[in-house]
Write a protein that binds this ligand. Sequence first.
Ligand code: ZN
Length: 324
Amino acid sequence: MLIDGHLDLAYNALIGRDLTLDLESLRAGDPVQGQTATTTFSELRAAGARVCFGTLFAAPRTPDSPGGYTDPAGARAQALAQLDVYRRWEDDGFIRLLRSGTEVTAHLADTGAPLGVVLLMEGADPVRDADDLPFWVDAGVRLIGPAWGGTRYAGGTGAPGPLTDAGRALVTAMRDLGIALDASHLDDAAFREAARIGPRMIASHSNSRALVSGHRHLSDEMARAIADQDGVIGLVFLSQFIKEGAETGATLDELAAHACHYAELIGWDRVAIGSDMDGGFGAEKTPVGIGRYAELPRFLDGLPGEHRSGVAGENWLRWLRAYL
Ligand SMILES: [Zn+2]
């Protein structure tokens, strides 16, 4: 049983990938250039994935993403379109949206069920303001990462800074409504402020800064703060986040080193998977030996035997049952 803490499934659908195909068919007609597709629902099933955190990820306008949003309304429109993708997949039987620990337990007891998806918003710009949070909670969103790059709520990857006034209000509202904060992408200054406000915290997809430099990765101090909140950290399967200076070709041993570092710091029961291996970065950038999602469980073979099932899914499951 595998639980993946971070997959941008609807984002991939809206850039033209049909994840309901088998992977060979998707690759044969893939409209995305330069990033070889890795993931479809059949691949997830073959890997034993029963649940994932599926993102609502609004992409801001950048040179690489000219169609991205330039204002809050544009961000909101992207997230709503992705929400609609998940709902249509649920209507068509490809996924089941999960909103509570009770639903997760019932879902896992049903061995014939499709992939369970917990909605996670990556980058909070689609949220109008703190008063808009209940709308997204009603829609099923259970975790929010305030930042991706910088947002109007928080400093993020490549855009250092603290929480803004709106960010403080949002994180406070998240705490009060029991919506977990995803610390991945949050800049250090924003992280420290958010931790003081005290929402439930996890990191859906973050490797360790002890092994790869830069604010995209968690410092030991951040990992400890997440552990203090009974949080769990998902490991990312992107070569450049695994090995310093590597664009491609990181090894599974090098990824296991991140798992071991976290385990020494905060315990094996806080180490999990947040692969981000949805195709947004292609097979070119995944670790050696994992060219498609069905091969992801190979990573577990390099971990101590008694901790494999925890990292594979039991650690996220414990968190989901306690806090979703
Ligand atoms: Zn991300």
